[in-house]
Design a protein around this ligand. Structure first.
Ligand SMILES: *Cc1c(COP(=O)(O)O)cnc(C)c1O
Length: 362
């Protein structure tokens, strides 16, 4: 017995967890700072946490239905779209899968950014699709333009766009997204991943759904809303093919607790404001204070060009600060450091500067 040929699919490499690293190094988990997965260092919205407790008391024995409907309606109202246009999913990763399911015939291709988020290509391959890449250039500061994607474009069924980009942090201008949408075939779907959208000052591409039929925009509660452990996200899509949801949705995949927590989090303006302000402070601090070149970032992390990334990440971890070696993103010279609280961020910068002073010859 063997699974099907999965050799084209590289395994997903997550940021390392605190317990895992603590066990490996024989350290107290409480002494570690985890800045490797772009999580919210301020935790979840207290209102969301209350909603989770409440739901546990009310009962978990019933399939999620009302909460899913309520969340769909609330998100539709927030963005000014019809309820059908919101596809609630188990995380944004779930949205990537649902769009692959809805769009890809076997053998069709998707176009993904390189470097970039690896689940786009994994999902395409799960759905018997092929993958090609468009390159972002480190020398150009990972600037993102329509031309870069269009240079590589060859009629793919889906083009994935990440704004703000992970791991670079750079954004697409709305005019560039518009150019891309207008230039591609009308059977090519442009998927704009706004997993870090709350941290950005630019308007969401959801505002373009009125004008374009070949656009989908993904958002998540995992990052700014601090609910990564609950797995809840969504896609906003045009009205014309919104009914495909009923055919591609895994029944009840977005769970009751997650939907209730997301509903509560949407009402917690104070938590979101604090989270966003804190990330803005932290990324500026890192850009100014880190003794390594950094890139422009509109997200809750900063990419730094440190030379020997795997060594810097390893030594940083040994010193208690877990950061992300970007080799698995195809950037062996770079590390990605998530924005921590003020205290965590300052400790991280101090730790990294100490390591950089040794690793990089003066
Ligand atoms: C974190 C992340 C996601 C996935 O988020 P989930 O909602 O937790 O599945 C999607 N895209 C990018 C670029 C991310 O960084």
């Amino acid at each position: 017995m063997q699974p099907r040929d999965l050799s084209a699919t590289s395994p997903y490499v997550p940021g390392r967890g605190i317990e895992e690293v603590a066990r490996d190094l024989g350290l107290d988990p409480a002494a570690l700072i985890k800045l490797s997965s772009n999580e919210n260092p301020h935790g979840s919205s207290p209102k969301a946490v209350d909603a989770v407790h409440q739901q546990a008391d009310d009962g978990l024995h019933v399939y999620p239905k009302a909460a899913h409907t309520d969340l769909t309606e609330k998100l539709a109202a927030k963005w000014g779209v019809a309820d059908e246009q919101i596809w609630v999913t188990p995380g944004a990763d779930g949205a990537i899968d649902y769009l692959s399911r809805a769009m890809l015939e076997p053998g069709q291709s998707v176009l993904v950014p390189s470097p970039g988020f690896s689940y786009y290509s994994m999902s395409a391959r799960h759905h018997h699709g092929e993958v090609s890449e468009y390159d972002l250039s480190k020398a150009d500061g990972f600037e993102q333009t329509a031309e870069m994607a269009l240079d590589a474009y060859d009629g793919e069924r889906i083009i994935h766009v990440t704004s703000p980009h992970n791991p670079a942090g750079t954004e697409w201008a709305r005019s560039e997204i518009r150019t891309l949408l207008e230039a591609v075939d009308d059977q090519t779907l442009v998927v704009v991943d706004e997993a870090y959208g709350e941290y950005s000052e630019r308007p969401s591409s959801i505002g373009l759904l009125d004008e374009f039929d070949n656009l989908a925009v993904m958002r998540t509660f995992s990052k700014a809303y601090g609910l990564a452990g609950l797995r809840i996200g969504y896609a906003a899509i045009p009205e014309s093919w919104a009914d495909a949801y009923a055919r591609v949705n895994t029944p009840f995949a977005a769970n009751e607790v997650a939907c209730r927590a997301a509903l509560a989090a949407l009402d917690d303006d104070a938590h979101i404001e604090q989270s966003v302000e804190s990330a803005q402070w932290a990324r500026e601090y890192m850009q100014q204070e880190l003794d390594a070149p950094t890139f422009e970032s509109a997200a809750n992390f900063v990419l730094a060009d440190v030379g020997d990334a795997s060594r810097v990440a390893e030594e940083s971890q040994r010193a208690g600060v877990i950061i992300r070696d970007c080799s698995s993103f195809g950037l062996p010279g770079c590390v990605r450091i998530s924005c921590g609280t003020r205290e965590q961020t300052k400790t991280a910068v101090e730790t990294l500067n100490g390591i950089l002073a040794e690793v990089t010859p003066a």
